[in-house]
Design a protein around this ligand. Structure first.
Ligand code: TXA
Ligand code: MG
Length: 340
């Protein structure tokens, strides 16, 4: 389906009737179902192969739809919504009685997002109900940022894909919970920790954001404990300057299936086949490209990948968080490794 009025109306009908439609948003493509219909939502888990204990985000097209989904909207939550909605931010609060257990996966809270992409909001309006939508990838693979990638993962599993072009941000929304005493960042995204602090004051950053969750620790955001965003290739993030990276991979890169995941313009200097993921000084171009680059590495048959390490400032925290998971937490420091 395309981004036409007719197709949007049709998507709305399918969704309203309990079907599944993959839809574009400004972050990544989502796999949508009527959020108030538990059996429709259950089909999302089956189509994605998603673990049952991983809750979904509910998408709204008007601020006024929020209040029926949550127990109450505290002033801090409203201030946050006014600052960054519509946009790539998901806010978690204690849920109201109308949220089916399938959406919240047994938790007492619900995650809500008001997306900024006009097409997304038109689809929600056409459905006439809030839409539960996780990223439209098979569980474990990189989130799709265009209709083609969505189709690769979802063909034969869902009722339709609505093509709205390439996603603007390319990584999933920032997830923050206000159901804790101190607001807590569960997943970094295009709304940065600094931007959250401007409205909320103090925030905590969940341990799972920048590292691996320790054995035995309960995940605040269940999605963070699963292996994620991972292409078939084995990825190692190499910390250091471009020179140090080149020196390291020159010794380590042994076969034709070894690739570099580097920044734009670095290809000519790196002695490996390269896939690029944005400008070294621009986290937004990196977030826009990262998941596509991970899929390209698979298409090219990469077995081993050395990745340039992104900055972790601002939106860079989201880029690093996704790349770290794609790499299965494998990071080395080119400076400290002595190659003799
Ligand atoms: O940008 C996005 O957020 C995209 C688009 C489609 O909107 N959606 C998305 O959904 O990324 P998903 O399901 O792939 O990621 C949702 C994350 C998961 O890590 C999940 O565990 C967490 O949010 N989450 C959802 N509800 C939660 C809750 N009540 N408490 C804690 N974490 C929650
Ligand atoms: Mg996802």
């Amino acid at each position: 389906m395309q981004n036409t009025e007719k197709d949007i109306v049709r998507a709305g009908e399918i969704l309203c009737g309990g079907g599944l439609v993959a839809i574009p948003t400004e972050t990544v493509y989502g796999l949508a179902a009527n959020a108030l219909d538990g059996s429709a939502v259950a089909k999302i888990f089956a189509a994605k192969g998603r673990p049952q204990d991983n809750p979904l985000i509910v998408h709204i097209s008007e601020l006024s739809q929020w209040k029926e989904l949550v127990r109450e909207i505290p002033p801090m939550a409203m201030a946050l919504a006014q600052a960054y909605w519509p946009g790539p931010l998901t806010i978690i609060l204690p849920k109201s009685g109308i949220i089916p257990d399938e959406v919240s996966a047994g938790l007492e809270t619900v995650a809500v997002r008001f997306p900024s992409m006009r097409t997304t909001r038109r689809i929600i309006d056409a459905a006439g109900v809030p839409l539960a939508a996780p990223s439209a990838n098979l569980s474990g693979s990189p989130s799709p940022t265009c209709a083609r990638h969505t189709m690769e993962d979802m063909r034969g599993r869902i009722d339709a894909v609505l093509d709205g072009g390439e996603c603007n941000f390319g990584v999933e929304s920032t997830v923050v919970t206000l159901a804790t005493e101190i607001p807590r960042l569960l997943r970094p995204g295009a709304v940065t920790p600094e931007e959250l602090r401007e409205v909320l004051g103090e925030i905590e950053i969940d341990d799972a954001v920048m590292g691996r969750l320790r054995e035995g620790v309960k995940a605040a955001s269940p999605g963070m404990k699963y292996k994620h965003y991972s292409p078939k290739a084995e990825i190692t993030i190499v910390r250091g300057t471009l020179e140090e990276f080149i020196r390291y991979v020159s010794r380590a890169g042994e076969s034709s299936q070894t690739f570099a995941l580097c920044f734009d313009g670095e290809e000519s200097e790196i002695p490996l086949e390269c896939v690029t993921y944005g400008r070294s000084d621009d986290s937004l171009t990196q977030s826009h490209r990262l998941f596509t680059a991970l899929r390209e590495l698979d298409e090219k048959g990469a077995k081993k990948v050395y990745a340039r390490c992104p900055s972790t400032e601002g939106v860079g925290m989201a880029v690093y968080n996704r790349l770290l998971r794609a790499a299965g937490f494998s990071v080395i420091d080119a400076k400290t490794i002595r190659i003799s």
